[in-house]
Design a protein around this ligand. Structure first.
Ligand SMILES: [Zn+2]
Length: 586
């Protein structure tokens, strides 16, 4: 069900964000803010700030941000409605629900999920006791699955018939299709999606079944060996991690999550006593996965087949490491062996492979050296070059330099040569040019003005005008503030980038003098207009016509620099800018 907007606001206002955040991290008052270690990423110096008056938080380390509702949502792993309900119960607010589309969607999801749940139960019963499932039971026994495991993972058997499940559940065509359990065939008849397969139900992080992975029995050839449910409203591959519902507790306790490729790998880890494994379902690791994982643990260990780990989309992984404050390491699995096989062949080796996990870059360089010929000078130089190519992908200079030293040692070359080689092409590729160089002039003053507009609106609002902002983020930010009644309203109406800026400045301090900031912005806006006037004058028949206005503007700009006259000059120039833009020159 959706919750009436008004009640969401009441819950937000009735909730004490400092008290709630304080249950997860210790906050200290610094100026107007409360500062502490971020509960969403691992850090040693505090970069998490709370503005208690506005009820907003922002982390300068990982970018986590929002209000008390998003905080509870992320930290308690709830959805929006769940988080509002959680807070309402604490604050003693009675909620009213709407019947609008959001709650319709919610109802629909619950309904479909109920269907999947029934399918899980039915398939499971068949696997346990149906005559037709004998081969499947034999196969699982031979793979080391005992009854307890079959029950824990709710494994099932999809019979070979075309429509056994469809006939059993009697869903509408739409429900059958939307739940991923079946489809309507070309003759208009309901047909099951899974047939003749051992099923591994896939659960969401709350433990609700949302989809299946199905495996053919050895010798069967009806389709691919592994088949997952198609994506639908319940199940999105890029967001789902198989096993997270079981792994959560151990992941949080150990600060580490193991990511493997398949559900049997997760089960393999569990059999070896390691409960903190999850699997991507038929897809490689995505940013959405990282976003989910960073709520649980600061360290990810990839337990992929070594070749695949080596070729993982490393540049993106490094970016995500930085963006989400997660360290990514790679388990030291033997070549060509997956965790499921190793769990059965040599459980101790699987446990050890995780204990020996190394950072992704170290792993890739070691693999390269293992295959390189380092017995000759030429071979070592080639290996050094190839290793530098790997190092170059890493965004942190400090990290890069550590590896330069190791490569220099291993290849017996002078680290200075390697540093020079590393620096040269990097500059050509423009990696050194951070966003700082791309900022338009005046950006800092614009951000300062937004900060003041958020923190001290009464003082600064009468002095500001949309024409003073040219930044791609700051201008819409000002517009959002000017057209909303509250900061929360501005943030929720704005684009994500703009909302991010507004949330961030709300937890910052401003010691700036409003009039100084306004004077800088006005000065910059007038100088832009002056450029325009000067080129108009060059093309005009009577350039002198412009001389008096240019002279007047320049006098006012002088006055902007003097404390006694700045207020009046700013006001006059702002009026002139307004008039000019109304004449169609902006
Ligand atoms: Zn953080």
């Amino acid at each position: 069900m959706g919750i009436v907007d008004e009640d969401v606001v009441r819950v937000r206002e009735a909730s004490d964000i400092v008290a709630i955040v304080s249950q997860h991290t210790q906050l200290k008052k610094v100026g107007r803010r409360q500062v502490g270690l971020c509960p969403f990423h691992n850090e040693k110096t505090p970069s998490f700030s709370v503005n208690s008056e506005e009820g907003l938080y922002y982390c300068f380390g990982c970018g986590a941000k929002g209000d008390v509702i998003t905080f509870v949502r992320d930290v308690e792993h709830l959805d929006f409605v769940g988080a509002v309900e959680w807070l309402a119960a604490k604050a003693g607010v009675t909620l009213r629900y709407t019947d609008r589309s959001e709650s319709e969607n919610r109802k629909r999801r619950l309904h479909l999920q109920g269907a999947v749940e029934k399918a899980v139960d039915w398939y499971h019963e068949l696997l346990l006791s149906d005559d037709d499932a004998g081969t499947a039971r034999g196969y699982l026994r031979q793979r080391g699955f005992d009854k307890e495991m079959v029950e824990r993972y709710r494994l099932g058997w999809a019979p070979r018939g075309w429509d056994a499940l469809s006939r059993r559940l009697r869903l509408s065509d739409a429900d059958l299709t939307d739940s991923g359990l079946g489809f309507v065939n070309t003759r208009g008849r309901q047909q099951d999606f899974f047939r003749g397969r051992v099923l591994f139900p896939i659960f969401d992080d709350q433990g609700r079944p949302i989809a299946f992975g199905g495996r053919l029995l050895p010798g069967d050839e009806d389709g691919p060996k592994y088949q997952n449910s198609k994506e639908n409203v319940l199940y999105q591959k890029s967001r789902t991690l198989y096993g997270l519902n079981w792994a959560k507790a151990d992941v949080v306790a150990s600060g580490e999550v193991i990511v493997c490729e398949g559900y049997t790998d997760v089960i393999g880890f569990n059999v070896c006593g390691i409960e903190r494994a999850v699997a991507t379902c038929g897809t490689s690791l995505t940013e959405d996965h990282f976003r989910t994982l960073r709520r649980y643990a600061p360290r990810v260990v990839l337990a992929y087949d070594a070749d695949e780990a080596g070729s993982a989309a490393s540049e993106r992984v490094y970016e995500w490491e930085q963006a989400y404050g997660i360290d990514v390491a790679v388990a030291d699995l033997p070549d060509g062996v997956d965790p499921d096989e190793l769990a059965r062949a040599d459980p101790a080796a699987l446990v050890q492979s995780v204990a020996d996990a190394r950072p992704l870059l170290a792993f890739r360089i070691e693999r390269l050296f293992r295959r390189a010929d380092v017995s000759t000078a030429e071979g070592r130089a080639r290996a050094a070059s190839a290793a530098l190519d790997l190092v170059r992908e890493h965004p942190s200079e400090l990290v890069r330099d550590q590896y330069v030293m190791e490569i220099a040692d291993a290849c017996r070359v002078d680290p200075e040569h390697l540093r020079a080689q590393l620096a040269a092409p990097a500059r050509v590729r423009g990696r050194q040019a951070g966003p700082a160089d791309l900022r338009p002039p005046g950006h800092d003053a614009e951000v300062e003005a937004i900060r003041l507009a958020v923190l001290r609106p009464q003082e600064v609002a009468p002095l500001l005008d949309e024409r003073l902002f040219i930044g791609a983020i700051t201008r819409p930010a000002y517009r959002a503030l000017a057209s909303a009644e509250t900061l929360h309203e501005a943030i929720s109406a704005a684009d994500p980038d703009v909302g991010e800026l507004l949330t961030r400045v709300a937890v910052e301090e401003s010691t700036a003098e409003p009039l100084d900031v306004v004077a800088r912005l006005v000065g910059e806006a007038v100088n832009r207009a002056l450029h325009g006037l000067e080129s108009e004058a060059r093309r005009a028949e009577d350039p002198l016509e412009y001389a008096s206005i240019v002279a007047w503007l320049k006098l006012r700009l002088e006055e902007l620099r003097e404390p006694e006259t700045v207020g009046k000059a700013a006001e006059q120039l702002l009026a002139w800018l307004t008039e000019r833009s109304e004449d169609g020159n902006d």
